[in-house]
Design a protein around this ligand. Structure first.
Ligand code: ATP
Length: 408
């Protein structure tokens, strides 16, 4: 198939520059993967994955020489990331340049051994037919679609299909990828691929590094339909192979994945996903899962903090604002927000939107000026003043000063 309109005009300049450069080096050059899939689906395209039959790093270096920008090469896989900073703003920030390669998996779940090869082999190493199409960019072949594995048919049938029966055993992260595409595009995993999600392939998940699995989960939580994806992952029985105590995602919390706090707290979608998923577990299980999934210490602290707060809510209900504030102050804001979402406890929202910003006017310097030597008493007095503001005991600076004099 040849269709010169297949590639949006604003990207054609950039692509033809790359293609010309590849052609001058004698390298056939293709757009592959998500770009082609989304283009054919009429979805916005943002990933630029370019495969060359030749050395992608050499191509990258010559692009930098001619057009400027920055190149980050990865010599092991002969790939490079080019940031064409000097080109106009309608172009993407980065472009992946990939040496066409074949891949073999010596052990299930390990990283593949790679060998430079043809575009045909390169398409056959991929995850699904819908991701195994290429558009040729160089010379008179510009705009030609390569679809040796039936990707277009599967796109029109809304079907996700692996390329061979060993695919999920070679790399079970593809199961997560399939789940993402299903919910993102309202596609269905083809029955012949679905039966390949079985104990043989799932068992490989046990051996996968926490980092690789967490990366897949991160990608899920970044998507709009992440709750649907998590439910599907649970239905397919993925979690117990990752960690024996990893629970299903609580359906009742699904809506909270999509919520924009509207507050001045930085709330990452992925962190919120993990907090909601794991906050009802015991402390020991949370730490064990955090280790298995290679959580950062911040994320571990946020999940743990939310679980602790949720458990202590019954003891805090109906407390004075100052009690709430001092209890919440050491917890990550996102953990507090998550507990607010699932409990509806208004004091948590009051803390996030108001109480945490309330401070006394008096400072340590003021206390020094009053002749008080620095020490534990300092903090005590400042806390008492702050509590007085929080609980409405003082309402203006004059009243604060009166209280301060009493305390001194
Ligand atoms: P998305 O929109 O989810 O980012 P994408 O297709 O751009 O989709 P990438 O993760 O950027 O996805 O990967 C680029 C391409 O590399 C994919 O289209 C697919 O062809 C291939 N690919 C990625 N991960 C795998 C994998 N685990 N196994 C085989 N091929 C893969």
């Amino acid at each position: 198939m040849r269709d010169p309109n297949l590639i949006p005009s604003e990207e054609q300049n950039l692509l033809s520059n790359i293609a010309d450069q590849a052609a001058s080096l004698g390298m056939p050059c293709y757009l592959v993967g998500g770009f082609v899939r989304d283009l054919l689906l009429g979805e916005p395209v943002n990933d630029f994955d370019i495969v060359v039959e030749g050395d992608a790093i050499q191509l990258g270096e010559s692009l930098v020489k001619k057009y400027g920008g920055k190149l980050t090469p990865h010599t092991k896989f002969r790939t490079a990331i080019w940031c064409p900073s000097t080109l106009d703003t309608s172009t993407p920030d980065t472009i992946d340049l990939i040496t066409a390669r074949s891949e073999t998996y010596t052990t299930a779940g390990s990283l593949p051994t790679i060998k430079p090869s043809t575009i045909d082999d390169d398409l056959r190493r991929r995850d699904f037919t819908i991701n195994a199409m290429a558009v040729r960019l160089d010379g008179e072949h510009f705009g030609e679609l390569l679809d040796p594995l039936g990707g277009q048919d599967d796109l029109s049938q809304k079907s996700i299909r692996v390329l061979h029966s060993h695919s999920f055993i070679d790399d079970p992260t593809r199961i997560f990828r399939a789940i993402r595409y299903e919910a993102r595009y309202s596609f269905i995993l083809h029955p012949s691929s679905l039966i390949l999600i079985n104990p043989e392939s799932l068992a490989v998940l046990e051996r996968l590094s926490g980092e690789r699995i967490r990366h897949e989960l991160d990608l899920i939580f970044e998507e709009e339909n992440s709750h649907q994806m998590m439910l599907r992952a649970g239905d397919l029985g993925l979690f117990k192979w990752i960690h024996s105590d990893l629970p299903a995602f609580n359906d009742e919390y699904s809506d909270f994945l999509e919520i924009d706090t509207g507050l001045d707290i930085s709330a990452s979608r992925t962190n919120m996903g993990y907090i909601l998923w794991l906050m009802d577990l015991s402390e020991a299980v949370i730490f064990s899962i955090a280790q298995r999934l290679d959580f950062s210490s911040d994320l571990t602290h946020a999940v743990w903090g939310a679980s602790q707060l949720k458990k202590s809510l019954p003891f805090l209900v109906n407390s004075q604002p100052s009690i709430w504030t001092f209890a919440l102050e050491k917890l990550p804001l996102q953990a507090i927000y998550a507990v607010y979402l699932v409990s509806g406890e208004k004091a948590l929202l009051d803390y996030l939107s108001l109480w945490r910003h309330i401070k006394a006017h008096t400072t340590g310097d003021d206390l020094k000026a009053h002749g008080l030597p620095p020490g534990p008493r300092f903090r005590e007095i400042l806390s008492q003043l702050r509590s007085a503001w929080l609980d409405g005991v003082v309402k203006n600076y004059k009243e604060e000063k009166e209280l301060l004099n009493k305390l001194l």
